[in-house]
Design a protein around this ligand. Structure first.
Ligand code: SIN
Length: 341
């Protein structure tokens, strides 16, 4: 190793690891654009979509722009600093979960309404409908633009006690990802106290017992190792995690029309392509948890019905604040969906 190579190697080791389409990094003269993700990159629905977007832009915009993707909260957590960084022009792309944007877009709370959708492929039909743009429209009031919508999957509860019924973890504290009153109402029915924590803080707080449970998708539970410090993951499929793929309107406005079209079309192509695999990636994660001696509890139809019955009042209570017509549109799309045929 000559001195220059050694210097470059040491310098690279000191830098945060970003994934780019070009493994040698961005070329001199290219404008670097940063994409921040809190989840894992490889093998995760959001991470894979972000990487695919970077690949697309880096190929289409070679010599002009270079997208770097940072995973596992390496650059920003999903909190206010992320949104501010986008508005300040320090960060160009992010995909915070719908739960984390409900302060900007009240309609995003639709995905916290329990059992509104029958499954992740039913939600996908909603994500592909015109209706979903109402969430992006609400974000635009605050200077954000939704380029597309990335799918993850359904939330499952996990706890230090194996849960088969809604009351089985009564008295415990569960980590929640947002201050959503809908989520708080769901946990209240279960006799559980919510504690808001960043995604990057969940594992340690489960491990040290500050919180005893949480709710998340199989992909998140497996990639972050939450199952290692929980007695069981209960397959409730009660709510949904997905993501608006955000940039700032200011960034879009700074581009000429042709360049802007590349960024917009790329997001549509990539989300359409990658969202088809989100269900499969969650199933692979589910299997990996079991293969690694994690416990996944499947519920009988009667047990599932007990969860549905327990949470039914939440829909009535929060339908008006989420938007009655918006919720009704989701109910119609879910009922008409036939994703397995
Ligand atoms: C994510 O999927 O981006 C994180 C979800 C969470 O905070 O639970």
């Amino acid at each position: 190793m000559n001195r220059l190579t050694k210097y470059l190697t040491l310098a690279a080791m000191a830098l945060p690891v970003a994934a780019t389409a070009d493994p040698t990094g961005c070329d001199t003269g290219e404008e670097v654009l940063k994409f921040s993700v809190v989840t894992a990159l490889q093998g995760h629905p959001k991470g894979e979509a972000a990487l695919a977007y970077a690949d697309y832009i880096n190929a289409e915009m070679d010599g002009r722009y270079c997208v770097e993707v940072y995973g596992r909260s390496e650059l920003y957590p999903d909190d206010e600093t992320l949104f501010q960084a986008m508005l300040d022009g320090d960060l160009h792309f992010a995909a915070p979960s719908f739960a984390k944007i409900s302060g900007y877009a009240a309609k995003a709370d639709i995905f916290n309404l329990p059992f509104l959708f029958d499954g992740p492929l039913h939600v996908l039909e909603f994500l592909q409908s015109e209706e979903i743009n109402q969430i992006g429209d609400q974000m635009s009031d605050d200077g954000f633009a939704a380029l597309g919508y990335i799918s993850n999957g359904m939330r499952q509860f996990s706890s230090t006690v194996p849960m088969r019924r809604p009351g089985d973890a009564e008295g415990q504290t569960f980590r929640v990802s947002s201050s959503s009153p809908v989520t708080a109402a769901v946990l209240d029915i279960m006799g559980i106290t919510p504690m808001k924590l960043k995604f990057s803080e969940v594992y340690d707080n489960l491990a040290n017992g500050t919180v005893q449970g949480q709710e998340n998708t199989f992909a998140n539970i497996q990639k972050m190792g939450f199952y290692e410090v929980q007695a069981a993951v209960t397959e409730t499929n009660h709510t949904y995690i997905g993501y608006p793929m955000l940039t700032s309107q200011r960034f879009l406005d700074s581009l000429d029309a042709e360049t802007r079209a590349v960024f917009l079309i790329g997001a549509q192509l990539i989300t359409h392509e990658r969202n088809r695999f989100a269900f499969e990636l969650n199933q692979i994660s589910r299997r990996s948890i079991i293969e690694d001696d994690g416990v996944v509890l499947a519920l009988s139809p009667a047990e599932m019905q007990a969860w549905r019955d327990a949470f039914a009042p939440v829909l009535d209570e929060f339908k008006p604040s989420v938007g009655a017509e918006f919720v009704d549109a989701a109910i119609r799309i879910n009922a008409a969906a036939d994703p397995y045929n």
